[in-house]
Design a protein around this ligand. Structure first.
Ligand code: NAD
Length: 356
């Protein structure tokens, strides 16, 4: 089995490639433009595998993308490449429109041409899997049940609107062209190799640098968290067993307020790496509330019963165990995050923002 993966140098894509190379006999081509969040160091543990190859390429560049797909001859594509940071989409939506919408269109058009050349009657049929987010469902009232796959779309940010657009393109290709696609919508991921500008790494890294820990607004926003390796396993399960034309939510039912996450991380750090700033008793003393993000959704929550009952996937990590592993990973892997913090853009973000 040969899988063409876009965005494989990113947080979730690299977890997926590590999972596939370590647990299957499949061959993977990682196609990634190495934008600011792409990092080949996240793949160092599998980069020497004969079943792994990398091509630096942009999904917005049609001809190179087409040539690479046609030369590799994949049995399927898992599409993760995207601009993924809500705050950046508010600062400048244009890369989100190009990569998330136009780039997805390029992949659909090329894949549709490609499958006309291959035998779709053989046992392992071509699958195009589009990796999306629960943010397309928009803001949920505290008393509303978590969103299932039939929930209406109500994106709030340029990021989630661009992902919603790409989901609609994929659905329309399936309906109009009988295109063999599957969509997965996942909740907020956390875990090792997460780019430092996102909420959980920001809290950990600001804390260990003795900087203020910025929390948007009153910190009451609720997000539904999943450990990234559980998402990676869910993606492969859907790729192997999911039905074309279907959407699968992937989540772990961990609804937690942002301020609670900050407290949990500070308590873990107080235990694992006690604070050395004489004037402070706990890392919690660094928590600072900052002006809220415009259009900030209050609550996301996802119902993933469908993948659990129809494909027998379930998350393995509890939020407590996953968060402990994540904090330990950032304490142990300075060599991964330090070069990123040395770059100006990341330093600007650290200390000002919370993401997804
Ligand atoms: N992080 C989350 O919590 C979360 C949750 C649900 C869904 N998702 C979706 O999962 C996917 C991966 O998210 P992530 O958190 O790993 O993001 P990320 O920002 O860590 O990684 C994105 C990757 O895509 C690459 N990329 C960006 N633009 C590209 C282009 N034009 N051509 C080729 N490569 C390009 C980047 O270099 C990077 O390696 C995205 O589609 C995102 O919408 C993320």
């Amino acid at each position: 089995m040969k899988i063409f993966i876009t965005g494989g140098a990113g947080f979730i894509g690299s977890a997926l490639i590590r999972h596939i190379i370590n647990n299957t006999s499949y061959e993977v081509l990682n196609y990634d433009a190495l934008k600011y969040s792409g990092n080949l160091n996240s793949l160092s543990s599998i980069q020497d595998s004969k079943r792994y190859s990398f091509v630096k390429g942009d999904i917005c560049e049609y001809q190179i993308l087409k040539d690479t797909i046609f030369a590799f001859k994949p049995d399927g594509i898992i599409h993760l490449a995207a601009e993924s940071h809500v705050d950046r989409s508010i600062d400048d939506p244009s890369p989100f429109i190009y990569t998330n919408i136009l780039g997805t269109y390029n992949l659909l058009d090329i894949s549709n041409k490609y499958i006309k050349l291959i035998d779709q009657t053989k046992d392992s049929k071509f699958t195009f899997q589009h990796v999306s987010t629960d943010e397309v469902y928009g803001d949920l009232h505290p008393l509303e049940p978590p969103c299932d796959e039939n929930h209406f779309y109500a994106p709030s940010s340029p990021y989630s609107a661009s992902k919603a657009s790409s989901d609609h393109l994929v659905k329309s290709w399936n309906k109009t062209f009988n295109f063999p696609s599957i969509i997965t919508n996942c909740s907020n991921n956390y875990g090792p190799f997460h780019f430092p500008e996102k909420l959980i790494p920001t809290i950990i890294l600001n804390a260990i640098h003795g900087k203020n820990i910025p929390i948007y607004g009153d910190g009451q926003q609720v997000r539904d968290w999943i450990y990234v390796d559980d998402h990676a396993k869910g993606l492969l399960t859907v790729f192997e067993q999911g039905k074309h034309g279907q959407t699968y939510n992937i989540g772990a039912s961990n609804e937690i307020r942002n301020i609670e996450i900050a407290h949990m991380i500070c308590e873990l750090l107080d235990e694992m790496n006690p604070i050395t700033i004489a004037s402070l008793e706990s890392y919690k003393d660094l928590i600072t509330f900052v002006t809220d993000r415009p259009g900030h959704d209050k609550r996301y929550a996802i119902d993933s019963s469908k993948i659990k009952t129809s494909l027998s996937w379930k998350p393995e990590e509890s939020f407590e165990s996953g968060l402990r592993k994540t904090v330990q990973w950032y304490l142990d892997n300075k060599s991964w995050w330090e070069p990123i913090l040395k770059q100006d853009f990341a330093l600007t973000r650290i200390g000002t923002g919370e993401l997804q």
